[in-house]
Design a protein around this ligand. Structure first.
Ligand code: PLP
Length: 410
């Protein structure tokens, strides 16, 4: 089993108390973002301090160097998810990746006859872009029913597909309930009906082995900052033939082969076609370092550790009076809960006063509240550097909450 104590030594956020922290920080908001190990900071620094130049533009050594580094990063990232290098598009994150598919593919090819299937458990980034496609094309958006716990089964996917379904867009791991869905089986079913599968990998890629070729998924996106990388950098994977058919979301320098005064434009081949403008080069350097770091730990090891810690967390949390856990039977290191009679944000604010960072609210999954029948929930989420002591401090603070929160034992 991996050793979180050893791994924490790689993170400045764990080494020093910052001025903002009165207490040792217990960080349980890893579904929101993750800490960055030294190697990521050093990689970003390397670009900013020693290797600054633009890519794909210059005829001098600094530029050649950055070109090579960016393409090496693409290579590392393609290996990380089992893709071909030319199927990796650098984006600003999952949100941009899904928007790219929505506008560049669905907006172009779908009509008012067509239908896109999503679920009630999706993050806003995997709902709102499809609403836009509905606005543009008139296509229908429908919801595949979840089971009573909130899990999506391949059987309900098959039942929900109609002759009009063109796209199924689902998260491999949902960000509130934390169920891991069977993307491979869903792809098999979808492809049998000629339907494309768009997979939101924001909460899966950092935590478990994901191989796009094995899944046979058509598109998959993830964000750098949730996998120990910098913010503002992410990835869209798409099967090459689909990327070729897709329109770019943004036009500009670096993505065209030629254009003339009559408006005739020839785009470069994917992935360059989708990478208009100066890239987030330091972000790409950082993301390369991040995926290599996480790969070295091993995502099978991360998944094994998180499963073990999740069990411990559930067992400890059950000791808290009046606790409601919404996803006891889920798979990922995301636990969503409330304490009866306490507003979620009050609980998160109280925990903050004890140096414990969790998330409260609707977690960008605003249509899930009609499934949970709760206006707001609290979410504690772990990563490979979370320790049992973190969980103990969290549960201890929850147990003592009654001293501070009037409604606690209501
Ligand atoms: N999808 C899921 C499941 C997420 O959890 C998130 C972020 O929380 C996103 C998409 C959006 O990611 P980003 O804000 O990095 O674009």
């Amino acid at each position: 089993m991996l050793d979180p104590y050893k791994l924490r030594k790689d993170f400045q956020m764990f080494r020093n108390k910052t001025q903002m922290q009165e207490h040792d920080l217990v960080f349980l908001d890893n579904a929101s973002t993750t800490f960055k190990p030294d190697c990521v900071v050093e990689a970003v620094d390397q670009y900013l301090l020693n290797e600054t130049s633009n890519t794909h533009r210059g005829d001098y050594d600094l530029c050649y160097n950055a070109d090579v580094k960016v393409e090496n990063a693409r290579k590392s990232i393609s290996k990380f998810i089992g893709a071909n290098e030319n199927e990796i598009v650098f984006t600003s994150g999952t949100s941009m990746s899904i928007n790219l598919i929505a506008y560049g593919y669905a907006g172009k090819y779908l009509t008012s006859e067509d239908e896109i299937l999503i679920t009630q458990a999706e993050h806003a980034s995997n709902v709102l872009p499809w609403f836009k496609v509905h606005e543009i094309t008139g296509c229908k958006i429908d919801y595949i029913p979840l089971d009573k716990d909130g899990r999506l089964s391949p059987v309900s996917v098959e039942k929900a597909i109609t002759k009009n379904t063109k796209i199924i867009a689902v998260a491999q791991v949902t960000n509130v309930l934390g169920f891991v869905i069977d993307v491979k089986e869903i792809c098999k079913i979808a492809h049998k009906h000629g339907v494309l599968v768009v997979c939101d990998g924001a909460q899966s890629v950092p935590h478990m082995n994901v191989n796009v070729k094995d899944l046979d998924v058509d598109f998959l996106s993830f964000s750098g900052h949730k996998v120990c990388g910098p913010t503002g950098i992410g990835v869209l994977y798409g099967k090459y033939e689909l990327l070729e058919k897709m329109d770019p979301l943004m036009s500009g320098g670096g993505m065209n082969a030629k254009f003339d005064m009559c408006g005739d434009v020839k785009y470069l081949n994917p992935p360059s076609k989708f990478e208009a403008g100066t890239m987030n080069i330091e972000g790409i350097y950082g993301l390369k370092a991040a995926v290599e770091y996480v790969d070295k730990i091993g995502r099978n090891n991360i998944a094994e550790y998180e499963t073990h810690l999740r069990k411990y967390m559930i067992k400890k949390m059950r000791e808290v009076p009046n606790i409601i856990i919404y996803n006891e039977n889920a798979d990922a290191g995301i636990i969503t809960f409330n304490v009866k009679g306490v507003f979620a944000q009050d609980l998160a604010t109280y925990l903050n006063s004890k140096g414990i960072a969790i998330r409260s609210g609707q977690h960008c999954a605003k249509i899930l509240i009609t499934f949970l029948h709760e206006v707001a929930t609290c979410r504690a989420s772990i990563y490979f550097y979370t320790t049992k002591e973190d969980i103990d401090a969290f549960v201890d603070a929850l147990k003592k909450g009654g001293d501070y929160l009037d409604a606690y034992f209501a």
